[in-house]
Write a protein that binds this ligand. Structure first.
Ligand code: FAD
Length: 482
């Protein structure tokens, strides 16, 4: 439904872009254009206190994504304005400079953003300016899907059943052909002056596999739907083959929205081009993203607090050497090390391996999930508050609909099950590439085959699995008081 923006005068409208770095299906932009006024697309590198700053990998992505968006806007006769500072002050400055009659944006769902946006909206409206917000990034906003008691769901399966029902007819609006600009454009920072590219160290060399921006996102979706989705449900847990969509950073930055994914996937299934079961499985993963946003909205404290308060008493370990072995991909467990090295090299890690490395940090090393979440936050290109916190708490057992505490992934058998030929391990841990398949996930049992480089890490893992498992079970039991 198109919201009409009422305002006086003939000033332009500021379109404050945040996690919606696209022109297609962007309801805030569409609403601004529908007024017939000039529009000023704006990105603020926000420094509002309390809003969690992006990690280093995310800043890399932002840099490229803004560059792509700026070019797309230029092509349509507009100009993307870049400013840095606390959002409320930046908006005030721009309103004064341009005589803007209103501000529009698409909504975010973490508490710090909601509080900031609510204060700005109240202030602008109080001063007689127009201000409207829209939904660009979710199929269902968190307050619209509720259980029988009128609360947000805490378990995924009933959530997704209800959410699917609620979605209804989905429409996607095309990108505008023209973006009318004001006669005089306000000044903009230079993107290169923001220094978003990592420097100390610059580890982004391997990020070149990514194509940030709206065109790259559309390309990922069409490649996925035209080929990879055929094997999605069967092979999505196999890290050695690439059958997942790789859309997560694009979705996080809003270079593509879930409505576009929903419409395109269902259209392919309805046309008989892809099996309905594969389409449904894929859309249910997009549903996990929706679920995590819903959880975060209803329990904003879980960014740092355990969803289940009984976990506040968990006997976490402090062990900097163990954490360094984990972040550096030197734990001595090949599947864990391969994942951590993939993350460092590409800014991404396969979902199954994320579960294994997170479980290893929490359960084998007894390191607080918040430390793992922080490392992922800094190094993942798709680092997303709702998804990262939600999945770390899921793994710890402290979250909503969480993995049971006694499920302690065995890094050897997980490797053997999901990477039986060692394709993934050989790619990321080349010093093990000569090992026979049957020992690739337990190289210490093949000590005679190990090269000197491999021996340093793989003769003796940082913890013995059986002992670590017992220690973790004891720690979890201590929470229950038995
Ligand atoms: P596909 O399998 O193609 O799925 C399509 C989309 O569905 C994804 O792009 C993503 O938006 C969503 N999705 C898939 N799986 C999940 C999931 N388990 N939870 C929530 N959404 C999901 N995902 C992030 O986007 N950001 C994070 O910061 C993040 N941190 C994670 C931390 C841990 C410890 C774990 C176990 C998982 C994390 N995930 C995170 C979820 C998941 O690993 C990635 O979304 C997925 O690997 C992205 O690959 P894809 O786009 O090819 O996924």
């Amino acid at each position: 439904m198109q919201v009409r923006i009422d305002m006086d005068g003939d000033g332009p409208i500021l379109v404050w872009l945040r996690k919606d770095l696209r022109l297609t299906d962007n309801p805030a932009l569409d609403a601004a254009l529908a007024t017939g006024r000039a529009v000023i697309p704006l990105y603020i590198l926000d420094e509002t206190p309390g809003v969690r700053p992006m990690g280093a990998a995310s800043l890399w992505w932002l840099d490229k994504s803004l560059s792509a968006l700026g070019a797309d806007i230029d092509q349509r006769g507009g100009r993307l304005i870049l400013r840095r500072g606390a959002a409320a002050e930046v908006l005030d400055d721009l309103i004064a400079e341009t005589g803007a009659a209103g501000v529009v944006w698409n909504r975010l769902y973490d508490k710090a953003s909601i509080d900031r946006d609510a204060a700005i909206k109240a202030d602008l409206r109080g001063r007689g300016l127009a201000c409207e917000s829209f939904n660009a990034s979710l199929l269902n906003e968190p307050w619209t899907v509720k259980n029988g008691s009128g609360e947000g769901y805490k378990v995924f399966t009933p959530y997704w059943r209800a959410a699917r029902e609620h979605i209804g007819q989905v429409h996607v609006t095309p990108a505008p052909v023209a973006l009318p600009s004001p006669a005089a454009s306000p000044s903009s920072d230079r993107l290169s002056d923001w220094g978003l590219h990592p420097t100390r160290p610059d580890w982004s060399g391997g990020f070149s596999m990514w194509w940030p921006g709206e065109a790259g996102a559309a390309d990922r979706l069409s490649t996925f739907l035209s080929s990879k989705i055929q094997d999605y449900a069967d092979k999505r847990d196999i890290p050695g083959v690439e059958v997942t969509s790789l859309l997560s950073p694009h979705l996080h930055f809003g270079e593509i929205g879930p409505r576009q994914i929903w419409v395109a996937t269902r259209a392919e299934a309805a046309a008989g081009n892809i099996p309905v079961a594969q389409a449904d499985k894929f859309l249910s993963e997009v549903g996990w993203r929706e679920f995590n946003h819903s959880i975060l909205f209803h329990r904003p404290d879980i960014i740092t607090a355990n969803f289940r308060p009984e976990f506040d008493a968990f006997p976490w370990n402090r062990d900097d050497a163990a954490v360094a072995a984990w972040t550096g991909g030197r734990t001595g467990y090949p599947i864990v090390d391969a994942g951590m090295r993939e993350l460092w090299a590409t800014g991404f890690m396969h979902n199954r391996v994320r579960m294994i490395v997170a479980s290893f940090l929490i359960k084998h090393l007894l390191i607080d999930w918040r430390q793992g979440e922080a490392w992922f936050w800094d190094t993942l290109l798709d680092a997303d508050l709702a998804n990262n916190v939600g999945n770390w708490q899921w793994t710890a057992g402290s979250g909503a609909d969480a993995a049971p505490y006694f499920r302690i992934f065995n890094p050897i058998t997980q490797g053997e099950k999901f990477d039986p030929r060692g394709v993934y391990v050989r790619r990321w841990v080349p010093e093990l590439s000569n090992l026979p398949d049957k020992v690739i996930h337990s190289p210490w049992t093949a000590a005679t085959h190990l090269t000197p480089a491999a021996k340093r890490t793989y003769s003796r893992p940082v913890v013995d699995h059986a002992q670590a498992r017992q220690r973790a079970l004891a720690a979890y039991q201590s929470l229950k008081g038995d």
